[in-house]
Design a protein around this ligand. Structure first.
Ligand code: IVH
Length: 650
């Protein structure tokens, strides 16, 4: 790679990254991106003086800060006044029209995250500053550079402050909390806290790992010529920033109310949490005339969405037994209306969470409901305690079958395979969407079938008759026939669905697909060594498969006979060759894309892995091979050039 090619590569990576992180419209694969990225790294290592400021390598989070310095904003960051209903809106509009009767309004979401000020000079991002008290914040530039939706350089050379909100998308928030739960770390209460906490990490590698997203909502110091805010904001989006998922210019209260209703309706479907809609006077000259009170602009207001957090009381803690026997505690709370839904239960995750949060019966707590996530307790109001609150004792016996419970790491489990709760839940799971997707076999019906002693295991489902179903309450000819048809339709399912429906602990949809593809019908005879060879399957999962097969082999075989699943296409057995059954790692630039070479080696029966370890048989390297090559040499792994590999195949 020469300098010209290097510059072109940086441009290309930035374009790909812009499509991925800003436009939500990927135009390449991770593999192509990584390949070019590594070529750029290699060039920069060889030519450290030529590193471009906007190179994606400049985002890497390898900086550990000792603390953050205070840094003044170039112009103040304001807060907003809140309004809560249509009446408030009309009052605010009357007040605003008194200042200027001839204005329109730019409406956009109010993002629930942490605010951030970005300073660009000569087109380069030079500072990232937290909001702080509005006048002075903390300088967190290194962390800000790890956020992929913030361009490191922009096509605007004059001094410019861009303000926006840093958020964590809802699915990423769940992922982070799941990981924290596994590691026994305290959970983040909500995406806002997670975003704010991640932004202020001393180790920028942690910030980088949190997949933060920046959404611009305004400018500070600037020399932009636009007369209207919406035009100014579009100029900012075009510089390479994310657009809001919804925005509009409105002329009056009715138009504002209608877009507000639309946003309230759509809020669950957005990737990020919103807590309201911001209404801003669209004419910049009028904004300047209207000015500010001590705290807030007169030209903008936050029209809050109905709250998703409420205070309630813990009335009871009940225990649920899942299909795997895991007993989970659930809080029963004083029924509370949150955003139109009456919440009566909140998840407590596991018994360690109760202890860590010190949740007691009778406690006042804050609960959060958002989207389709189950409401959760985010804070115990310990200062409100009267002294009558009762500490919850961990159970020793199954609440359903009374058998003794066993503690397994953080989980407490019922070991009784015929425990009613386990049986009913495993049938519900069997019929669910990612398993056999059996229409008409939901929780209520399964319970009904179980209570009528018609179904004691999934096998019994396939012996149900029309006569039996017609005996049940609420079953007429059509409903009964539909259920029998759905059961019939489950036959001939894909094999991964069959594996998934067995409900093997730790084996979900992805692992089921992997097992189906790797072993086909032979998955029941796979050894532990063979199973852990599969990508993404570790020891614990493999042991779980073996244990399940050991106990349930007969049921699996009977079920397979009934369901007749389709056996997946297995790869043809490769002819004898030097790579068959070997683990290889590819690195550096080769004559073809790495994907193509991987496919060729896999067709020869090799396993292509991403990282070098003692288990690696060959490292195959192309031009500009880097750290993987060094690691292979230090571990004594055989190395081959691309042409040596081709020679061996011949
Ligand atoms: S405008 C002068 N717009 O809400 C205008 N703020 O309550 C000041 N926020 O500190 C802010 N989304 O962190 C504005 N679309 C949006 C916003 C937004 C979220 C946050 C921001 C601000 C706080 C004010």
């Amino acid at each position: 790679m020469n300098t010209i090619q290097y510059k072109a590569a940086v441009e290309k990576l930035n374009l790909w990254s812009h499509h991925y992180y800003v436009l939500d419209d990927p135009i390449t694969t991770d593999e192509e991106y990584d390949k070019l990225y590594h070529e750029v790294v290699a060039f920069e290592e060889a030519h450290p003086d030529e590193v471009m400021q906007n190179s994606p390598t400049q985002r890497v989070g390898d900086v550990v800060n000792e603390g953050f310095e205070k840094e003044p904003h170039l112009s103040r960051m304001w807060s907003l006044e809140d309004i809560f209903n249509y009446e408030d809106l009309q009052k605010w509009l009357t007040k605003t029209y008194k200042l200027d009767s001839n204005v329109t309004f730019y409406c956009e979401p109010k993002y629930d995250g942490a605010s951030l000020n970005l300073i660009y000079e000569n087109g380069n991002l030079i500072k990232g500053i937290t909001r702080g008290d509005g006048e002075v914040g903390e300088l967190i530039t290194q962390n800000v550079k790890t956020i992929n939706s913030i361009p490191l350089t922009i096509e605007h050379k004059e001094l410019l402050e861009i303000r926006g909100e840093v958020v964590i998308f809802k699915d990423e928030f769940e992922r982070i909390n799941e990981e924290r739960l596994k590691n026994g770390e305290q959970l983040f209460a909500n995406p806002r806290n997670a975003a704010a906490g991640s932004l202020r990490q001393l180790d920028s590698a942690i910030t980088a790992s949190r997949n933060l997203v920046f959404l611009p909502y305004g400018v500070g110091v600037n020399s932009l010529p636009h007369k209207l805010l919406n035009e100014k904001m579009h100029y900012i989006y075009d510089l390479g920033f994310r657009k809001p998922p919804e925005s509009a210019v409105c002329k009056n209260a009715d138009e504002i109310e209608s877009i507000y209703k639309q946003m309230v309706h759509d809020r669950e479907s957005y990737s990020m949490m919103l807590d309201g809609m911001v209404i801003k006077v669209n004419e910049i000259a009028s904004q300047i005339d209207m000015g500010y009170t001590v705290k807030v602009p007169r030209w903008a207001v936050a029209y809050k969405f109905p709250a998703v957090e409420k205070i309630t009381t813990i009335k009871d803690i009940i225990l649920q037994v899942g299909r795997t026997g895991a007993v989970t505690p659930v809080a029963v709370v004083e029924p509370t209306d949150i955003d139109g839904v009456v919440v009566e239960r909140a998840t407590l995750h596991n018994f360690d969470e109760i202890e860590r949060k010190d949740i007691r019966l009778g406690d006042k707590v804050i609960i959060l409901r958002s989207g389709d996530v189950i409401p959760k307790i985010i804070k115990v109001l310990t200062h409100e305690r009267s002294g009558d609150e009762v500490v919850f004792e961990k159970p020793t016996h199954c609440p359903v079958c009374q058998s003794e419970l066993l503690q397994e790491d953080v989980l407490i489990k019922c070991q009784n395979l015929s425990c009613e709760a386990r049986v009913v839940n495993s049938i519900i799971y069997f019929a669910s969407k990612p398993c056999l997707n059996i229409d008409g076999l939901g929780t209520k019906i399964v319970e009904q079938l179980f209570n009528a002693s018609l179904v004691k295991s999934v096998l019994d489902l396939f012996d149900l008759t029309l006569e039996q179903l017609l005996e049940l309450e609420g079953f007429k000819e059509k409903k009964a026939q539909n259920l029998l048809n759905s059961l019939e339709n489950a036959k001939g399912c894909e094999y991964w669905r069959f594996i998934n429906s067995l409900g093997i602990e730790h084996i979900g949809e992805v692992a089921s697909k992997t097992l189906a593809e790797a072993f086909g019908f032979g998955f029941v005879d796979a050894t532990k060594e063979q199973i852990v060879e599969c990508d993404g399957i570790g020891e614990e999962m493999a042991e779980s498969v073996l244990e399940f097969v050991r106990v349930n082999r007969q049921t699996i075989e009977k079920l397979q006979e009934i369901l007749q699943p389709k056996e997946p296409q297995k790869r043809l057995e490769a002819k004898e060759n030097p790579f068959k059954g070997k683990t290889v790692v590819l690195t550096g630039t080769m004559s073809e894309s790495r994907g193509a070479i991987k496919e060729m080696l896999e067709s020869l029966g090799a396993k292509v892995s991403g990282s070098v370890s003692k288990k690696t048989n060959y490292l195959i390297y192309g031009e500009d091979a880097g750290s993987k090559y060094d690691k292979a040499v230090s571990l004594g792994v055989s190395t081959l050039t691309e042409s040596e590999m081709r020679e061996l195949i011949k």
